[in-house]
Structure formats: structure tokens, C-alpha cells
Design a protein around this ligand. Structure first.
Ligand code: HEM
Length: 394
């Protein structure tokens, strides 16, 4: 017997909801593991188990019809790694993965730590700084730009492109529509400017373009692979650093504990990623009629995987709204997804954040944060501004 699915009127892309989505997620979780979102015409998986099991079942919950929240966004992104199924997904993922494996990323540690040290030194020098533009953005922008090796196109372009791509993964509200020309500009740039002669030798993009030139990768897939290094690699990591600073700034006793135990830096990075969940949600489509928790979802239904809600599920993360760097099971969070589409860049993101935390623990004894401003993006949960005042240097 299938039960009537509970429904809720919330529009998860409303400005007010984006500013504070947490009570809405709590209400949706209380309604049940599967909820019909009236204003979007989508189902949502709200609780930890439903989200994780759905992500792991990539044959029932497919990605090739798109991972955005409406039809336009889904159509627009089809063919991207994140919006494809086997065999295309396997080909693209195998092409992009080698430089992002744990071992290859670990070899980058000295360079990433040096960049992180420089950035924190500059902030300490200022005494008063802005956590997003002075601390969070420079690290992935410097590291990822060096590694990708595209011709110089400026930090503003890269941030603008990445954030537009995430707006497009929501719905066609003002943000989704404004993203269209920006994404068109990025796609044109990548198509024109990524021939092997224009790319830094040995870089990630150079490697992809050589694979295309030598026949190891279908040349039609090369721009998709290069976009995988640009679009998801900035706003996500920047968001996580912002959440870290916010929570550690709100809990001075945790900062003292972390300074005394810097080996907790990686756990602290995971906890910031869990509690902030940089990508609030992506979607899947059902490839057949399927029953989930007693509810029948018809073939072709769009299902939102609410990673951010799953990561606050009290049945898995007790006192889920509390920032706890000693959380025993923190690595079970779903902020990187799960299953075959699990984040390809997670080792790089974690290393960047860990290096930044270590640099901070060695240089900042105490600090205070001001009033944060939430960034308005359809998919990314982040702060746009977060003022910081350093009180004492180590
Ligand atoms: C804290 C930082 C990050 C977070 C929270 C994050 C989150 C995610 C999530 C949730 C997915 C899964 C999408 C799905 O289920 O459909 C994903 C996929 C992906 N991420 Fe990340 N990401 C981060 C950093 C990065 C970085 C630094 C890179 C690249 C250098 C990257 C590249 C990718 C790619 C290529 C995919 C698509 C994988 C696939 O479809 O097989 N991400 N990420």
C-alpha cells in the first residue's frame, strides 16, 4: 500500500529561505523522508537515509536528465559530468580524476600550505579583514588557477562563472536568468582558448587538451572536462571556509581547543562542511516507478536531494545545529554527495581548508567576528561578507 505523500508550500529558492533555510529543512524532515514541494513541482528527499540511499542508487535516480531544480536548468546542463549517466559519466570522470586522487593531491601540500600561510599572514597584518574576500577566496583562486593553467582571464571572471553555474542549477528566478549570458561567455571562452598551445604545459587543462589531441578523449568531451575543474572548485571551498570562520568565531572555546590540538584541523574542516553544506541540493530523476518509504514516485519525477537537510538529521548527527570539531562520525556527512557522482575534488578542497586552518592556528590567538551577510545564490549556501577583527596574534 502506498501512502499519500506529505506536501509543503515552501519555495527553497526564495530570498528569505536562502537567508535562513534551516527551520524549513527541519519542518520538511518532520513531515517525512519524502515530501512533495508544491511550488516547485518536485519531490524532496529530506532525511539522511533517503538522501544517501537515493544517491547510491544511480540506476533508479538518474542524472542524465539534469541535476537542477527545473526543466530549463536541467536541459541546459545535460551532458556535464554531474548531469550524465554511464557510459558518458564514466568516460568524463575517468578523464578528470587522475590529478584529483588523494595521492596526487597530497603531493600539492607544500605549495598549498605556502599559499595559505601567505594569505593568513596578510590578514594578520591588516588586523581587521573580510573573511570571504581576504581569506576564503584567495586560496582556491590561487591554487585552482595555477593548477588548471588556462590563459590569464582574471579572478573576477572565474568567480563570476562559477557562481553563475550554481545559480543555473536552481530555478529560473532572476538569479537563474541572469546566469544565462555569463555561462554562455564561459562556454565560448573555453571553446576558443583551450587549445594545447594556449595552456600552461603540465596543467590540468593542458592534460585534457592533449588527451583530446591524441585521441584518448573524444574532443567533443574536452570542454566538459575542463569546465569540471572551473565550475565546482571555487564557490564550494570558499563557502566552507566562510562557515568555518563563522562557527569558530562564534565559539571562542572551540578555537582555543583547536589551537591546542591542531591535528583536529581536518575534522574541523569536515564539520564546517557538514554544518554549512556548501551545495544545498541537486536533483535526480526517477528512471521508473519506484516506492520510497511507502510513497510511490512515478517514472520521470524530479527528486531534490537535500544534502543540507540530511546533514542536520539528528538521528545521525546528534545536536546537529551545534558545531563540534570532535564529532565522532562527522565524515559520514553528505556534503560531497555519495555514490558514483560523489565529489571528484573533495581531496583538494579538504587539503586547502586544512592548510588554511593550520595557518590560522599558528598565527591567530583570538578573534571576533561581526555581522555576516548571506550570499544570494540558488545552490550555494555561503556568506557574502563576514568581518573579522583579530585581537591577539600568536
Ligand atoms: C568543499 C568543497 C566542495 C563541496 C562541498 C563539493 C560538493 C559536491 C557535491 C555535493 C557533488 C555531487 C553532485 C551530485 O550528487 O550530483 C560534487 C560533484 C563534483 N565536484 Fe565537488 N565539491 C567541492 C569541491 C570541489 C572541487 C575543489 C572540485 C574540483 C577541483 C570539485 C569537482 C567536482 C566534480 C567534477 C563533480 C562531479 C562529479 C561527478 O558527477 O561524477 N568539487 N561536489
Amino acid at each position: 500500500m502506498t501512502l499519500k505523500c506529505p506536501s509543503d508550500p515552501v519555495n527553497l529558492y526564495d530570498d528569505a529561505v536562502i537567508r535562513n533555510p534551516w527551520p524549513h529543512y527541519a519542518r520538511l524532515r518532520d513531515l517525512g523522508p519524502v515530501v512533495w514541494l508544491e511550488s516547485l513541482g518536485n519531490y524532496a528527499f529530506t532525511q539522511y537515509d533517503t538522501v544517501r540511499n537515493g544517491l547510491r542508487d544511480h540506476e533508479t535516480f538518474v542524472s542524465s536528465l539534469g541535476a537542477a531544480a527545473d526543466e530549463y536548468g536541467c536541459t541546459h546542463q545535460r551532458g556535464n559530468t554531474v548531469a550524465s549517466d554511464q557510459p558518458r559519466h564514466t568516460t568524463l570522470r575517468n578523464a578528470i580524476l587522475p590529478p584529483l586522487t588523494m595521492g596526487n593531491v597530497a603531493a600539492l601540500k607544500p605549495r598549498i600550505q605556502a599559499v595559505a600561510d601567505e594569505i593568513v599572514d596578510a590578514c594578520v597584518q591588516k588586523g581587521q579583514f573580510e573573511a570571504i574576500t581576504d581569506l576564503a577566496q584567495p586560496l582556491p583562486l590561487t591554487v585552482v588557477r595555477e593548477l588548471i593553467g588556462l590563459p590569464d582571464f582574471g579572478r573576477e571572471n572565474m568567480l563570476k562563472w562559477a557562481s553563475a553555474a550554481f545559480d543555473m542549477q536552481g530555478i529560473q528566478n532572476a538569479r537563474g536568468q541572469a546566469a544565462r549570458p555569463v555561462i554562455a561567455q564561459m562556454r565560448e571562452f573555453i571553446t576558443k582558448e583551450t587549445t594545447p598551445d594556449k595552456l600552461k604545459s603540465g596543467s590540468w587543462a593542458h592534460r585534457i587538451s592533449e588527451m583530446a589531441a591524441s585521441g584518448d578523449l573524444d574532443p567533443e568531451l574536452a570542454p566538459f572536462a575542463i569546465r569540471d575543474y572551473i565550475n565546482p572548485s571555487l564557490d564550494t571551498t570558499i563557502s566552507a571556509i566562510g562557515h568555518f570562520v563563522y562557527h569558530i568565531g562564534s565559539n571562542p572555546q572551540i578555537w582555543d581547543h583547536l589551537k591546542a590540538n591542531p591535528e583536529l584541523a581536518l575534522s574541523a574542516a569536515h564539520e564546517a562542511i557538514r554544518i554549512g553544506t556548501p551545495i544545498r541540493s541537486f536533483s535526480r530523476h526517477t528512471s521508473k516507478d519506484v516506492e520510497v518509504a511507502g510513497h510511490l514516485l512515478p517514472k520521470g519525477a524530479r527528486v531534490m536531494m537535500l544534502y543540507a537537510s540530511a546533514n542536520r538529521d539528528e538521528s545521525v548527527f546528534p545536536q546537529a545545529d551545534h558545531f563540534d570539531i570532535e564529532r565522532r562520525n562527522v565524515r559520514r556527512h553528505l556534503a560531497f554527495g555519495a555514490g558514483i557522482h560523489m565529489c571528484a575534488g573533495m581531496h583538494l578542497a579538504l587539503l586547502e581548508i586544512e592548510c588554511l586552518i593550520r595557518a590560522m592556528t599558528q598565527r591567530i590567538s583570538a578573534f571576533e567576528i561581526g555581522e555576516p551577510q548571506v550570499a544570494m545564490n540558488n545552490s550555494i549556501c555561503a556568506f557574502a561578507n563576514l568581518p573579522v577583527q583579530i585581537h591577539t596574534k600568536v
